[in-house]
Design a protein around this ligand. Structure first.
Ligand SMILES: [Zn+2]
Length: 409
């Protein structure tokens, strides 16, 4: 069956009769993301809402005021997913989310144009394609696609867009001698009943069940984003068409503006400044490590030489690194002291690392209470607890607990 949306891709409103309405639990798939659904599948005499197919995602829209969340093709029927049932036999007004549909038309017709240029002029045939929520890509049957050629391909596509080549749809029978086997690229198996050929003037002819623009000028522009390794023996060429180019540029400008404010310098200086910052951070970290290692040595000596000997060691240092804590543990290992070390996670100050070490009797008496107070995760192993504290809010209670324990001994 040829749906109304395939006869006229620009039809935004249409009236049709409900012929079936059945309950369903089939999930909704939105740009590859699957979510649970419970509702109804409504079949109409005809539809302007495109069911997913040919790489193009489904439309969304309304039947009267009932939202259509997904449209799927099952054989000859288009199933409209709604949350409420619709009465069989009634006429319903169909409306379509035009912004979403036109975006899909731009990406899909853009893909036909891009695939045609890649195959005809560079011998890189397309094996499949993906239309994502933000970006799309064509999968090419090669791993030797040269980055340097992409500029030529992009310019050629944009030249044809400027020439405003017409895009037309031709309907054929399956045994039509006009049909060329080579033109089956990207044809989904469930679209075989009616053969539509999408023709871009003298550039390309391709079987496809999707909805397309009527003139290349409606694509506005194509931007290639880069080539990446794909499945075995394939490469994925990422691209944007039309409004997605301007929308993406706007998002990039917003990010650039935010960076300009943070770095307090113009965009041409960003790379240099970030590189300088990274270098400085590395040096600062190295210096901090040196200082901490000297501090660890100092702390160890102070505790060792204290007179009288402390009953326990409680050390809470925000900036302590795992290296610092390890050095303290090692340095005081033979002192037979109860040790409790706490440090904060650099990006999550409420969370931290804890180490408990010391004579078994003290660890047994205090260990569980401490880890409970700090929502600790980890286990005692060889008389030592090393793990994460989920909440350092209870640290003062810990300090009090340890203090009381040792001062009542
Ligand atoms: Zn197509």
């Amino acid at each position: 069956m040829v749906f109304k949306c395939q006869e006229d891709s620009f039809l935004k409103e249409f009236t049709s009769k409900v012929i079936k309405c059945e309950e369903t639990k089939e999930p909704i798939v939105e740009y590859g993301k699957v979510s649970k659904f419970e509702g109804y599948q409504v079949t109409l005499e005809n539809t302007i809402l495109f069911p997913a197919g040919g790489g193009q995602p489904h439309d969304i829209g309304w039947l009267n005021n009932t939202e259509v969340l997904q449209v799927l093709r099952k054989g000859d029927e288009a199933l409209h997913f709604t949350r409420e049932p619709l009465e069989v036999g009634t006429e319903v007004a169909q409306r379509i989310d035009w912004a979403r549909r036109f975006d899909h038309m731009q990406q899909h017709s853009g893909q036909h144009l891009l695939s045609a240029i890649l195959e005809n002029e560079h011998n890189w045939p397309t094996t499949s394609w993906w239309l994502g929520a933000e970006e799309s890509y064509v999968e090419l049957d090669s791993t030797n696609v040269m980055e340097s050629t992409l500029g030529i391909v992009e310019e050629r596509c944009n030249e044809l867009i400027r020439l405003a080549k017409p895009v037309t749809v031709k309907f054929c029978k399956a045994n039509d001698p006009d049909l060329d086997e080579a033109h089956t690229r990207g044809l989904p198996k469930d679209c075989m009943d009616t053969i539509r050929v999408i023709r871009i003037a003298d550039v390309d002819e391709n079987m496809c069940c999707g909805t397309h623009v009527s003139n290349l000028s409606q694509l506005q522009t194509i931007k290639l984003l880069g080539i990446e390794p794909g499945k075995k023996g394939k490469s994925n060429l990422r691209f944007l068409v039309g409004n997605r180019v301007t929308n993406t540029l706007q998002r990039m400008l917003d990010r650039e503006k935010a960076l300009t404010a943070l770095l307090k310098n113009e965009p041409t200086k960003h790379e240099e400044l970030v590189s300088k910052l990274q270098k400085n951070l590395k040096i600062t970290n190295k210096n901090l490590q040196n200082v901490l290692s000297e501090l660890a040595e100092y702390e160890i000596n102070k505790i060792k030489s204290a007179n009288p000997k402390p009953k326990y060691v409680f050390m809470y240092k925000k900036e302590a690194t795992p290296d610092f804590n390890r050095a303290i543990c090692k340095g005081l290992e033979k002192e037979g002291l109860f040790l409790f070390l706490v440090s904060e996670e650099p990006d999550k100050p409420k969370e931290g690392q804890i180490i408990i070490q010391g004579p078994e009797e003290h660890c047994n008496a205090l260990g569980q209470q401490i880890t409970e107070l700090l929502k600790g995760k980890g286990a005692f192993k060889n008389g030592k607890f090393q793990g994460k504290a989920g909440d350092l809010g209870g640290i003062n209670k810990c300090k009090k607990l340890i203090d009381e324990y040792f001062n009542t001994q």
